[in-house]
Ligand binder design. Structure first.
Ligand SMILES: [Zn+2]
Length: 213
């Protein structure tokens, strides 16, 4: 299937914009870019007058299921927003909430040109299922947290889920979806939990997604 975009403004690698241009696609490959009409035939043409063709956007940090929490605790400082407004609501979110909220976010991202995103959230298997169905690319992780300084690493269920998710995603062998490890943040963890988790992640050799400060 060969498709020709015409009358397009095309954002180039050097950030210049090629005006009134043609862009040809053959299957999943860009086969032509130029201001002269290509010689070969195309199966269909699409008029791009007034539109910009550009590379896909990569969203490097998201919490997709939070799309339905927008506005909650608005204006509060971070610690009050997170601990007093957001965490109590998140604790009541069921898989159906995660599913709907993720779908809302996926539709927004896809509609605005995002081709890949990196997501950090719990109940990650629900998000994984939605991403699998949507066709977008994603890096997914289940972040670890620890609020009890006496908690043993062996008892930290979030770490167990995080490592399990890593293995489950790798076992899917889906080239669109990658697994990351995740430490939610320094202020939502204790050093001995992070150290033990990091040791395990190092052995497995994956990437780590975290809030740095
Ligand atoms: Zn964040």
């Amino acid at each position: 299937m060969k498709l020709l975009f015409k009358n397009a403004s095309i954002l180039m690698e050097d950030w210049s914009v090629l005006k009134d241009a043609f862009l040809g696609i053959d299957g999943d490959t860009i086969c032509y870019i130029g201001q002269d009409r290509p010689q070969e035939d195309y199966d269909s043409e699409k008029d791009m007058s007034g539109k910009l063709l550009m590379p896909g956007i990569y969203n490097m940090h998201a919490h997709s299921p939070m799309s339905i929490l927008r506005g909650i605790g608005s204006g509060l400082p971070l610690d009050k927003w997170l601990f007093d407004a957001i965490f109590p609501v998140e604790a009541r979110m069921v898989p159906e909430d995660i599913s709907v909220a993720t779908r809302i976010n996926l539709m927004e991202m896809i509609a605005s040109g995002t081709v890949s995103f990196t997501d950090m959230y719990d109940q990650t298997w629900v998000t994984l299922d939605e991403v699998d169905k949507a066709g977008i690319k994603a890096n997914l992780c289940r972040p670890i947290q620890c609020f009890d300084p006496n908690e043993k690493y062996e008892d930290n269920f979030r770490s167990k889920e995080s490592i399990k998710l890593y293995h489950d995603i790798n076992a899917m062998n889906n080239s669109r979806i990658k697994a990351d490890f995740s430490i939610h943040a320094e202020y939502t963890n204790h050093p001995h939990i992070v150290a033990a988790y990091a040791e395990e992640c190092n052995k497995l050799g994956g990437r780590v997604h975290l809030h740095l400060s």
